[in-house]
Design a protein around this ligand. Structure first.
Ligand code: IMP
Ligand code: MG
Length: 175
């Protein structure tokens, strides 16, 4: 039997929560320009929807990390595979992640950006698996807390598949 999908967060619930998150971030950044940073690949859809709900002066940057290789378990090693293309020194940074699982990626990125001396760092994630946490990292805003199970859709993948699903689904019967 191949993998099967069951809905964890519907398209409607995603959009409702992302609008709320946008309002919180509008309040935070309405008087100060922000550099919004998309952590590729998983965050690309969340990032696109979220930034359109934030009313402020904004520039967008993209970086890429890898930690999972090709399977459903973290390798425990984070690599920066593509960096942003401008300086964040003295600027407000908004780091946008799809999901925080072990916390390794977010903790790695926070350390990397602290060295670059931004004015502030705000971290946002659509999903958080609190039970999977291995290392501490600062998370300012969470979309949804979810149980420690593998999910796909809305940007998140399994072996680069399922990113295009408009909702978050649990992937069952993985071998
Ligand atoms: P962490 O470093 O373990 O916190 O994991 C961070 C990255 O692993 C996320 O940005 C995702 O790209 C990926 N990831 C973690 N959990 C899942 C999942 O359930 N589905 C798909 N990707 C995941
Ligand atoms: Mg990610």
């Amino acid at each position: 039997m191949g993998p099967s999908l069951s809905t964890v967060i519907s398209e409607k619930d995603l959009h409702k929560r992302i609008k709320e998150m946008g309002d919180v971030l509008t309040d935070k950044f309405k008087s100060a320009p922000v550099v919004a940073i998309c952590v590729l690949k998983g965050s690309f859809i969340f990032f696109s929807d979220l930034i359109r709900q934030i009313e402020c002066d904004m520039t967008c940057e993209f970086l890429s990390t890898s930690s999972y290789g090709n399977n459903a378990h973290s390798s425990g090693e984070v690599k920066l595979t593509m960096d942003i293309s401008s300086s964040v020194q003295g600027r407000h940074v908004l780091l946008v992640e799809d999901i925080i699982d072990t916390g390794l990626t977010m903790s790695y990125l926070q350390k990397m950006f602290e060295i670059r001396k931004p004015k502030t760092i705000t971290t946002v994630t659509l999903l958080h698996k609190p039970d999977a946490k291995k290392v501490d990292c600062k998370i300012d805003l969470v979309g949804f807390k979810i149980p420690n199970e593998f999910v796909v859709g809305y940007g998140l993948d399994y072996q680069n598949q399922y990113r295009h699903l408009p909702y978050i689904a649990r992937l069952e019967n993985l071998n």
